[in-house]
Design a protein around this ligand. Structure first.
Ligand code: NAP
Ligand code: MG
Length: 464
């Protein structure tokens, strides 16, 4: 794969300050496919300076002109969708069709949504004798994970640019090539120099330097709760704004009146997509005890079409593979029963795990509490609706969920009592305008749509 050997700063590719590099590995065959520079605090400083220098003019650019640049960016991302998908398949291992339609397709939709939103967004409001101005926060430090490499970037950069902020991005070390393609797209779309800047590098080095930099006004982070906690502490100490999109352990609640087979199948498709490497995955399936055996048996049949190397790609790296295997072993150790799958390698190369279904899982087990980030789904029994609610809400997370019932109103009544930022009712479709983010330890703030744009604004009241 071709890779840039520099950083995209101030509208040009510039040599990195240090000599360190990061090897990019294809997780399907464990081969090194490219090297990118490992950024240091010096690169981060240069990028933040470029973003600061570009901020006043970009903030003062009329929203209609910012909309036009975002529309141009959307068009470049659409024109280069195949190349982006191939890159994501190479560095993440995403199966080709999924890479094209979702990994490369969704960012086109989201960028387009911000081109439209910014053109009509109310950046001014009247409140009594005041006019309230919604102004861009300033320079944004964006730190993103590898699981949806382009979507995670776009979900921060598009609303930040729409708001009038400028950005420095530190992408995940596992998927820097997609980030480089995004920088190329920004350049091709004619965004002014310094409005977007890219520093590839390691989290504890480049990521930390970005979060700590005093020229950064808002840190937007997506990733693990452990790192999110540190970023939150850094931002708190510096009194800068922070947005955190962290983990999840989302419940798929199947009420007794639901279409059981459909609820199980749609839930599995959600939980297994991207090899389970998604923060909103519906990894806990809650079934009434009278329907439990039937649900588990149906899941075991339904999972057969998810073959490793086919519909199921590898995990992103060897560390994640060991992590997921460790959780599978832990599940067995704590008394859960493997219905299908297991920790054995299904193929002789690549970081693959077989889709694994656990039954006889109880709410306090590790595999029912911690985010596994792999194709592992646990089935829990409940006695009645109150018991289901108690189990659904009994984790530190609160990112997403799903409720199935024969009657939509019944599902909605249950969803209202769930501690989660997004709940799908009877298989409700993904909406790129819906606020995405968590209750409890799943995070702070919201991404996507108008709520995602509001994160990058601050308010000023003028009195008349
Ligand atoms: P992570 O370490 O939290 O990585 C997320 C981003 O933060 C990456 O860009 C990472 O850089 C950076 N980072 C790491 N340490 C940092 C630090 N001290 N200061 C600033 N930035 C730092 O997550 P991971 O190691 O890739 O995955 C571990 C687990 O996190 C997964 O198993 C999963 O449970 C969870 N996760 C959640 C999401 C989500 O969407 N909510 C996404 C990915 C992972 P590097 O790439 O160099 O580490
Ligand atoms: Mg990491």
């Amino acid at each position: 794969m071709k890779a840039h050997d520099g950083m995209y700063i101030g509208g040009a590719w510039r040599p990195a300050a240090g000599a360190g590099t990061i090897a990019v590995v294809n997780p399907a065959n464990e081969q090194v496919i490219a090297h990118v520079p490992a950024g240091t605090a010096e690169d981060v400083d240069a990028a933040v300076r470029a973003a600061r220098a570009a901020f006043p003019a970009w903030a003062a650019t009329p929203p209609a002109e910012r909309a036009a640049r975002l529309a141009a960016l959307r068009d470049v991302l659409a024109a280069r969708q195949d190349e982006i998908a191939e890159t994501i398949t190479e560095e993440l291992g995403a199966p080709e069709q999924f890479a094209r339609q979702v990994q490369a397709g969704l960012p086109v939709l989201v960028t387009g949504s911000y081109a439209e939103l910014v053109a009509s967004y109310p950046f001014e409001e009247k409140l009594g004798n005041s006019t309230v101005l919604l102004e861009p926060v300033g320079v944004v430090g964006a730190i993103t994970p590898w699981n949806y490499p382009l979507h995670q970037i776009v979900a921060k950069v598009a609303p930040a640019l729409a708001a009038g902020c400028t950005v420095v991005l530190k992408p995940a070390e596992d998927t820097p090539l997609t980030a480089q393609l995004f920088a190329e797209a920004v350049d091709e779309a004619g965004l002014p120099a310094g409005v977007f800047n890219l520093v590839t590098g390691l989290g504890p080095v480049a990521g930390q330097a970005l979060a700590e930099h005093e020229g950064v006004d808002l840190v937007s982070f997506t990733g693990s709760t452990a790192v999110g906690r540190r970023i939150g502490a850094i931002a708190g100490a510096a009194v800068k704004r922070v947005a955190l999109e962290l983990g999840g352990k989302s419940a798929n609640v199947i009420l007794p009146s639901a279409d059981l087979a459909k609820a199980v199948e749609v839930g599995l498709a959600n939980a297994l997509s991207n090899s389970g490497q998604r923060c909103s995955a519906l990894t806990r399936v809650l079934v009434h005890r009278d329907q439990y055996d039937e649900a588990v048996a149906h899941a075991a049949r339904a999972v057969a079409k998810y073959t490793p190397g086919g519909r199921i790609g590898p995990l992103v790296n060897a560390k994640q593979l060991e992590r997921v295997r460790g959780y599978i072993a832990k599940g067995v150790e704590e008394g859960a029963r493997i219905v299908v799958g297991g920790a054995e390698a299904p193929l002789d190369q690549g970081y693959y795990v077989s889709p694994t279904i656990f039954a006889d899982v109880t709410p306090e087990m590790t595999i029912a509490q911690e985010e596994i980030f792999g194709p592992v789904v646990v089935f829990l029994r409940y006695e009645d609706e109150d018991d289901a609610l108690r189990i659904a809400n009994a984790t530190v997370y609160g990112l997403a969920g799903a409720v199935w019932a024969g009657d939509e109103a019944e599902a909605v009544a249950f969803a209202r009592r769930m501690e989660a930022g997004q709940v799908d009712i009877n298989g409700g479709r993904f909406n790129p305008l819906a606020p995405f983010g968590g209750y409890k330890q799943s995070g702070v703030g919201r991404e996507l749509g108008p709520h995602g744009l509001a994160e990058f604004l601050q308010t000023k009241a003028l009195q008349f």
